[in-house]
Design a protein around this ligand. Structure first.
Ligand code: FPP
Length: 263
C-alpha cells in the first residue's frame, strides 16, 4: 500500500475511535518548542516559528473539520516581549503575514477570529491587521479561533479585579454580587466557555501564565512532541485520551454516573 494511503488509513482509525458526541467544546494549546525544533536541525529560531505556523494551519483545519467550537492558541505571551528584539520583530511579522494569508481561509471556512491579551502593546500595523480580520470574520459561526497575543493570565486577573473594585466603588455592583461566575465575566475570555482540554507541546510541565483562572477544571494533555512536529494525528490522539477521562468537577464518580443517566 502506498505511504499516503497508509497514513489515510491510520487517520481513519483515529477518526473512528473518536466519539463525535463527546468532543471537547473548547481546546486550548500552549504551542511550545519551536526554538528547540530549529536547534535540532541547525536552523535559526525564526525557521522554527515559521514551521510552527504550518502546524497552526493544520490544527486549525483539523479542529474545524472535526467540529470543535473554540480553539485558543497561545501565540505570544506578555513575557515574550523580553526576547531579543530581532525575534520579537520576526514573530510580529509572521503574525501579520499569517493574518493576511489566512483571512480568505477563515472566511471560506466560516471561522470567526478573536484575540485576547494586552493588544495595545502590538505594533500598530499588526494591531490594525488583526482588528481588520476580526471584523471581517465576525459572521463566522462554525468555529471561533482565539489568538492569545501579548497575553498573561496574571495581567488579565489583575485587570478584572481593578474593574470590579471600580464598579464596587461606583455602586454599579454590590459586594454580594462578586462570585466566581461574575469574576469570569470580567475576564477577556468572558464570551467563551472555559477550555475542556489543554494541550502543551515540548514536554514542559507548567502553565506559563496561560488562562490560570479558566483552566481550573480543564483536562491536561502534555506531549514531548515539539510544536512544529505536532500534527492532526496527535491532536486526535489527545482528543481520544480526553474522551477516556472522567470529569468529576469535584463530585464523586457515582454522582457523575447519576447525572449522565439523567441527561
Ligand atoms: C514557543 O516556542 C512558541 C512561541 C513563543 C510562539 C508561538 C508562535 C508560533 C507557533 C508562530 C506564530 C503563531 C501564529 C498563530 C501566527 P519557543 O520559541 O519558546 O521554543 P523553545 O522553548 O524551544 O525555545
Amino acid at each position: 500500500m502506498p505511504e499516503s494511503d497508509k497514513n489515510k488509513t491510520k487517520m481513519d482509525n483515529f477518526k473512528n475511535r473518536i466519539d463525535p458526541a463527546k468532543l471537547p467544546r473548547h481546546i486550548a494549546i500552549i504551542m511550545d518548542g519551536n526554538g528547540r525544533w530549529a536547534k535540532k536541525k541547525f536552523l535559526t529560531r525564526i525557521k522554527g516559528h515559521e514551521k510552527g505556523i504550518d502546524a497552526v494551519r493544520d490544527v486549525v483545519e483539523a479542529c474545524r473539520e472535526m467540529g470543535i467550537a473554540y480553539l485558543t492558541l497561545y501565540a505570544f505571551s506578555v513575557e515574550n516581549w523580553r526576547r531579543p528584539a530581532s525575534e520579537v520583530n520576526a514573530l510580529m511579522r509572521l503574525l501579520k503575514n499569517y493574518l493576511l494569508k489566512e483571512r480568505g481561509n477563515l472566511l471560506e471556512n466560516e471561522i470567526c477570529l478573536k484575540a485576547i491579551g494586552d493588544l495595545d502593546r502590538l505594533p500598530e500595523d499588526v494591531r490594525e491587521t488583526l482588528f481588520q480580520v476580526i471584523e471581517d470574520t465576525e459572521g463566522g459561526d462554525k468555529m471561533t479561533l482565539i489568538l492569545a497575543l501579548s497575553y498573561g493570565a496574571r495581567w488579565e486577573i489583575v485587570k478584572a479585579a481593578l474593574r470590579i473594585a471600580n464598579d464596587l466603588k461606583k455602586g454599579a455592583i454590590r459586594e454580594e454580587d462578586v462570585t466566581p461566575e461574575m469574576f469570569s465575566a470580567y475576564l477577556t475570555t468572558s464570551p467563551f466557555p472555559d477550555p475542556d482540554l489543554l494541550i502543551r507541546t515540548s514536554g514542559e510541565l507548567r502553565l506559563s501564565n496561560f488562562l490560570l483562572w479558566q483552566l481550573a477544571y480543564t483536562e491536561l494533555y502534555i506531549t514531548p512532541t515539539l510544536w512544529p512536529d505536532f500534527t492532526r494525528k496527535e491532536l486526535m490522539q489527545a482528543i481520544e485520551d480526553y474522551q477516556k477521562r472522567e470529569r468529576r468537577f469535584g463530585m464523586t464518580s457515582d454522582q457523575i454516573s447519576e447525572l449522565h443517566a439523567k441527561y
